[in-house]
Design a protein around this ligand. Structure first.
Ligand code: G4P
Length: 513
């Protein structure tokens, strides 16, 4: 797409089963779908991505990586970055959020805000990313709409502004009233879209009309004021109700999405904001995927274009090392479909062939610019394992492999004091599997995991750590920067420790990493 075409780049944050895949599919169908990625899983139909990326992927029939989807809607190019959940949840899921300008939070109306949504939300909050909310499964008997708004406001400490309002829910679902358009979209089994101006609506029972008008009045009086500024700084979320499965409310959502989603934003580099309009090309690597094609043993670095324009074959500089290189192999990345990208603009994602030059968080610049985008945050791990090489004679490859994979961001490394045992940390189980696979295939080392039962990491920000802090319920380790970290088995062990050591301050890592 030419540069004149505006871009909107977003990812969905949700808990597994809230309806991310269904919503993505419906949204893609609405667009003049330029291309769609193979990662939209077929579930029961068995239409899994025909990808040859990794053995793990093949064995499990899932797509390991976040991929990118594109659609053209109302002359706007929408880039959707997939954020894997379930067992596929990994640091890549978090890192993907650093490359988007907007997040869409999908909430199951029956369940409300769930654990994974909350974790992903925290990353968006940390980065000030605007969030649009889609409350899904309106066709089910869910929580009361007003209760759902309160839940968002209280749990996420973010104002809400409903863009539409349900007329009944579950079995009594009649439709949704669009607040900005003053129209009613009727719900029907055939999924045909039927919209009428509110004035012309005759199908509602008196009690339904009364309830709707009362609730709208309540929202007007007691609700929050809407400003685009609050949306864009992530302190207010526009909320949409709908049902992805019934394709109900999806198009109205997309119509508003293109108006509300943030355009490619200026990003901080070397202490200054670099606007997307800056003429010099710049971008950053937000994830690296190895072995996407086992025949070539290649790695793909995913680049988010931030400013200027990207052209295949252009000479660029890697800011970290000053190394110059030509970017000849650039792809748009749609599961097994690789297409060469000739040009890309701010907001776009390009897959670059990588022979080992890039690290997660790297900045690439064109021309004579010398900037470095803000460091990629590290994310607090929740799964830990002691790791050793099965064959002690392979210790050289073992250390080299660990060092490189840690640097690449595959896994986090901790060491116990004195003995320096290796403990690896991850946010999702998948990272361990990828780590094991790559150690075996790339470094020829079989590794042994000793999974630990600890699941909370806390960085010691104040107070003195002592040797006896390691016991059956907690363990003292050092992170890569030599900072003291306590790994706790559970919340109970953490509270116990805090009660006994009121003088010590612990951080979840979100604030300091
Ligand atoms: P995810 O990607 O967030 O994990 O969720 P996904 O879209 O796969 O949806 C999870 C389940 O919820 C699916 O059912 C899907 O059909 C259902 N679902 C999605 N949107 C709605 C909705 O608006 N209303 C209702 N009632 N259900 C919805 P499943 O049985 O797990 O899979 P499938 O057999 O439907 O593929």
């Amino acid at each position: 797409m030419p540069n004149e075409t505006p871009r909107r780049t977003f990812a969905i944050i949700s808990h597994p089963d809230a309806g991310k895949t269904t919503l993505t599919e419906k949204v893609l169908l609405l667009g003049g779908g330029i291309r769609s990625a193979g990662t939209v899983k077929g579930k029961k139909s068995g239409k899994y991505a025909t990808s040859d990326w990794m053995e793990i992927e093949k064995q499990r029939g899932i797509s390991v990586t976040s991929s990118v989807m594109q659609l053209l809607y109302k002359d706007i190019q929408i880039n959707i970055l997939d954020t894997p959940g379930h067992q596929d949840f990994s640091e890549d899921t978090y890192r993907t959020l650093t490359a988007v300008d907007t997040a869409v939070m999908v909430i199951d109306s029956v369940k409300g805000i769930e654990a994974q949504t909350l974790k992903l939300f925290k990353v968006c909050r940390m980065r000030g990313i605007p969030i649009l909310t889609f409350i899904n499964k309106l066709d089910r008997e869910g929580k009361e709409p007003l209760d759902l708004l309160s839940e968002i406001e209280e749990t996420l400490e973010m104002d809400t502004f409903p863009m539409n309002w349900p007329i009944g829910t579950g079995k009594r679902l009649k439709g949704i009233y669009s607040i900005p358009d003053d129209t009613v979209e009727f719900y029907n089994e055939s999924h045909e879209r039927e919209i009428l101006p509110y004035k012309e609506v005759t199908k509602l029972e008196d009690y339904e009309q009364e309830a709707l008008e009362e609730e709208i009045m309540l929202l007007e009086e007691a609700g929050n004021d809407f400003t685009m500024e609050k949306v864009l700084n992530g302190t207010l979320t526009p909320v949409f109700f709908g049902s992805a499965l019934s394709n109900f409310g999806v198009q109205s959502f997309l119509d508003q999405f293109v108006k509300l989603a943030a355009e490619p934003q200026a990003r901080k580099a070397s202490g200054e904001l670099v606007p997307p309009t800056s003429p010099d090309f710049s971008g950053f690597i937000f994830k690296i995927q190895a072995n996407m094609n086992p025949n070539h043993r290649d790695r793909i670095a995913f680049l988010r274009v931030c400013s200027g324009s990207f052209e295949r074959g252009m000479e660029v500089t890697l800011s970290r090392s000053g190394k110059k290189m030509k970017l000849n192999q650039s792809h748009s990345f749609f599961a097994s479909d690789r297409e060469t990208v000739e040009k890309a603009y701010p907001g776009d994602i390009v897959g670059l062939y990588d022979s080992g030059n890039f690290q997660v968080g790297d900045t690439i610049v064109g021309g004579n610019t010398r900037i470095q985008y803000e460091e990629m945050p590290q994310f607090p791990p929740e799964k830990f394992a002691k790791v050793t090489a099965k064959n002690a004679l392979k210790h050289k490859q073992y250390h080299k492999g660990i060092e490189q994979l840690v640097q690449e961001g595959t896994i986090q490394l901790y060491k116990t004091p004195y003995f320096e045992d290796y403990i690896i940390g991850a946010v999702g189980e998948l990272q361990f599997q990828v780590f094991e696979y790559r150690m075996k295939n790339e470094y020829k080392v079989d590794i042994e995991f000793n999974h630990m039962t600890h699941e909370l990491a806390r960085w010691v920000t104040k107070g003195k750590v002592t040797e006896d802090m390691t016991d059956s319920r907690k363990m003292l380790v050092n992170d890569q920067q030599g900072r003291s970290v306590l790994l706790f088995q559970n919340e109970f062990a953490l509270r116990w420790f805090q009660d006994k050591h009121p003088d010590m301050e612990l951080s979840t890592g979100w604030e300091i990493l």
